[in-house]
Ligand binder design. Structure first.
Ligand SMILES: [Zn+2]
Length: 459
């Protein structure tokens, strides 16, 4: 193949089902797919005539990271409501978020995507649930940004229709009608969804949470997604307050509520899922419902520690999520592997909660499974998409950690020497190659100031 890329002389963590690793190995990429992976140098027949051959000594090759939960627009409201728990944090920020427009979301999406790409994310997702009247097509703004930066992308068309007057948490001016939400969600599927192998863009149906969405919209969203063959996403069981809210309003806990509204299933994944009982976990396992674990956001909002070891032991699909950057200001996913491991070890399973390999799996193959893309990405195996990252581990931060996976997960954030999405370079030598980082930073700052001024915040 004319575009064949050969990467050699690096450690390789394939994250295949057997967890195969090579202390010194090769990865060969052609036609946007992984052609070969193995120990030692690449086979001569493949290496000969390669368009590009990289000596990756001092590096670890892994699958590209898969982010399973995010809210791009929050890039413009980082560092606010610093000492709040979830409900107070939301109430403080809803009025600001209700002022966003297309230009703001485009700038925020580019910044969010750039930050993740620089940290090894190759598959991104955005859960966008605030659609102010007159704000433009905010879902399309995120989609445009992902296309510009070259990341694989799931755009989850979010919605809220339960305002304060209906017993919900968001102010009435921040919500849509049920009909508006459903029509716009179906239109997004019509316009953007690509179900094919290797798709760069998928749409998911994603009403926001039980406390901001009517039961009718939950049910009809599930029906819409199943009629159109797309995945379902929402927030679930994030706080004790949410659990209390569900008991008061619905007479049952969040998981039972999700089950009665059609929201458990192998086509569903939910963010957080912290406050789960044993029987809730069994319901997730029985139905194949996936979980996006967001440890930094959960800590920032004092939401609690998700029972990840118990979920994994039960066979529940679990991936990692950055979550919105108003509750995880770093905006990075590779640090979530470390934070997941550290925080889980503070829980009841202590030092046995998560290994470094398990943390890497959450960030790669686990995430791919949660997004329903395990046959395409999340591991380095021949025939899968060439979504991969070369992490530089011979510098100051990592050179004395002999185990490359431990260096990646436990060490400081590792520089990305090369990141490929479908074989196309997105990052080289730590810099984005698809966009100008400084320009992205300036535009995001300008839009953050414009939003702050509109919302009457001092900045
Ligand atoms: Zn979220």
């Amino acid at each position: 193949m004319a575009d064949r890329l050969v990467i050699e002389n690096c450690a390789v963590a394939t994250v295949d089902p057997a967890g195969t690793e090579h202390p010194a190995g090769h990865v060969v990429v052609s036609g946007g797919l992984i052609e070969a992976v193995g120990p030692g140098p690449a086979p001569d027949a493949l290496a000969r005539g390669a368009a590009r051959r990289i000596d990756a000594a001092g590096h670890l090759a892994t699958p590209g990271l898969v982010n399973t939960h995010h809210h791009f627009y929050q890039w413009l409201t980082r560092g606010l409501a610093q000492d709040h728990s979830l409900f107070d944090w939301l109430v403080a920020l809803y009025p600001v978020w209700a002022r966003i427009d297309e230009e703001m979301v485009h700038a925020a999406a580019r910044a969010s995507l750039a930050m993740m790409a620089r940290g090894g994310v190759t598959t991104a997702m955005d859960h966008h649930y605030i659609h102010p009247r007159g704000g433009g097509d905010l879902l399309a703004a995120g989609i445009r940004a992902a296309r510009e930066l070259g990341l694989r992308f799931t755009a989850a068309r979010g919605s809220m229709d339960r305002g304060e007057s209906q017993g919900g948490l968001p102010p009435d001016f921040a919500v849509e009608t049920t009909e508006q939400a459903l029509l716009a969600t179906e239109a997004a599927i019509d316009t953007h969804h690509d179900p094919g192998f290797g798709a760069m863009l998928r749409i998911a149906v994603a009403p926001c949470s039980p406390f901001s969405v009517s039961t009718g919209l939950m049910r009809q969203s599930a029906a819409l997604a199943r009629r159109r063959g797309v995945r379902l996403h929402t927030h679930g069981s994030e706080t004790v307050e949410e659990e209390k809210y569900c008991h008061e309003l619905f007479g049952m806990g969040p998981t039972a509520y999700f089950e009665t509204t059609g929201w458990l299933g192998e086509d569903v994944w939910m963010a957080h899922c912290i406050h789960l009982s044993d029987s809730d976990i069994a319901a997730f396992a029985r139905t194949g419902t996936g979980v996006a674990h967001c440890p930094s956001s959960n800590a920032r909002l004092a939401a609690g520690i998700s029972r990840v070891p118990d979920l994994l032991a039960a066979g529940v699909p679990v991936g990692l999520g950055v979550d919105g950057t108003a509750s995880n200001e770093t905006g990075e996913l590779h640090t979530e592997m470390r934070n997941a491991l550290l925080m889980q070890r503070l829980g009841p399973h202590r030092e046995h909660a998560l290994t470094t390999r398990a943390a890497l799996r959450l960030g790669t193959a686990g995430g791919a499974r949660v997004l329903g893309r395990e046959r395409e990405t999340g591991s380095l195996e021949p025939g899968k998409l060439a979504d991969l990252v070369l992490w530089k581990l011979d510098g100051l931060g990592h050179s004395t950690i002999g185990d490359p996976v431990a260096a990646l997960v436990l060490g400081p954030p590792a520089p990305v020497t090369l990141s490929l999405v479908g074989g196309r370079p997105v990052v080289e030598h730590g810099r984005l190659v698809t966009a100008d980082e400084d320009g992205i930073a300036r535009a995001a700052r300008t839009e953050a100031h414009r939003l702050a001024a509109l919302a009457g915040l001092a900045s």
